[in-house]
Ligand binder design. Structure first.
Ligand SMILES: O=C(O)[C@H](CS(=O)(=O)O)OP(=O)(O)O
Ligand SMILES: [Mg+2]
Length: 239
C-alpha cells in the first residue's frame, strides 16, 4: 500500500484523491468532534465549508455546529468543542457542521473512493479501515489555514505506526513527510498531551479556555469507531 501524508489542506490537490482512501485528520478539533458526536448517537454530520451553506442545508430538526476564530458561530447550537456534543444534545439528530479547517478538508477529499475522519482517538481503527479498503491511502492533515499543525502530524505518524503493525513495513511505502511524521510521533508518543499543549494550536486552545478539549483530543486509540462519508454525510462505519 502506498501512503501519502499531506501537510495541510492548501497542499492537497483533489484530483490526486481519485480511487484512493483519504483519512482527513483535524485533531484540534473538527475530526475529534465528529467522532465524539457520532459516538454519542448523532445520526449524521454534514460537513460544509461556509456558514451560508450550513444555513441553506438546515432543515427542521437539524442542529447547527461550528466555529470561526475558535468561537461558536452566532445563532448556532454548538461550537467546535467535542464536549458540547453530548448524548443528551445530539441523540438521533443530524448536525450541519462548519469549521475553519476540518470540514474544508473533508470537502476537498470528496473525489476519493472512501473519506474517513481520523483523529488520535481512532487512529488504529482508521488504519484497519484503510487496510480493509485495499486502496492507496492519503492522510490529509487539515492544518490551520493552510499551515501545518503539529497535532495533525502526530496523528498521521500514529496512523502510519498502526498501518505498519497491520501490514508490515515491507508492504507499505510512504512519502518523506510521512517518514518525518512517524519519527515525530515515536519521539512524542509518551508525552502526547504535553507536546500538543506546547504546539501553537495547543497554546491557542489553552489560552481560549479549552483545556478539557486538549485532554480529550490528545488521547490515542480510545475508540474503534470510524466516521465515513456517505452521500455527503459523515456516519459511523459498520463493522
Ligand atoms: O475550533 C477549532 O478547533 C479550530 C479553530 S482554528 O481554526 O484553529 O482557530 O477549527 P478546526 O477546523 O477544527 O481546525
Ligand atoms: Mg484544527
Amino acid at each position: 500500500m502506498h501512503i501519502e501524508v499531506v501537510a495541510n489542506i492548501g497542499e492537497a490537490r483533489s484530483d490526486e484523491f481519485l480511487h484512493k482512501t483519504v483519512i482527513v485528520v483535524d485533531v484540534l478539533r473538527a475530526t475529534s468532534t465528529i467522532i465524539t458526536a457520532l459516538m454519542n448517537g448523532c445520526k449524521a454530520i454534514v460537513p460544509v465549508e461556509t456558514v451560508l451553506k450550513a444555513k441553506e442545508l438546515f432543515r427542521e430538526g437539524d442542529l447547527l455546529g461550528g466555529e470561526r476564530f475558535c468561537k461558536k458561530i452566532p445563532g448556532f447550537d454548538f461550537g467546535n468543542s467535542p464536549l458540547e456534543y453530548t448524548e443528551a444534545a445530539v441523540q438521533g439528530k443530524r448536525i450541519i457542521l462548519t469549521t475553519t479547517n476540518g470540514t474544508r478538508g473533508i470537502q476537498k477529499a470528496m473525489k476519493a473512493d472512501h473519506v474517513l475522519a481520523g483523529a488520535l482517538l481512532n487512529s488504529k481503527a482508521c488504519a484497519r479501515a484503510a487496510v480493509d479498503f485495499k486502496r492507496d491511502t492519503v492522510i490529509l492533515c487539515a492544518g490551520t489555514q493552510d499551515v501545518f499543525s503539529l497535532e495533525d502530524g502526530l496523528c498521521a505518524g500514529l496512523i502510519l505506526e498502526e498501518l505498519s503493525i497491520l501490514l508490515g513495513d515491507k508492504n507499505m511505502a510512504f512519502n518523506d513527510f510521512g517518514m518525518a511524521m512517524r519519527g515525530c510521533y515515536l519521539q512524542s508518543k509518551d508525552t502526547l498531551f504535553e507536546t500538543i499543549l506546547a504546539s501553537s494550536n495547543g497554546k491557542k486552545m489553552n489560552k481560549s479556555g479549552f483545556q478539557a478539549d486538549l485532554v480529550l483530543c490528545a488521547k490515542a486509540n480510545t475508540t474503534d469507531q470510524v466516521p465515513i462519508l456517505e452521500r455527503d454525510q459523515m456516519v459511523l462505519m459498520h463493522h
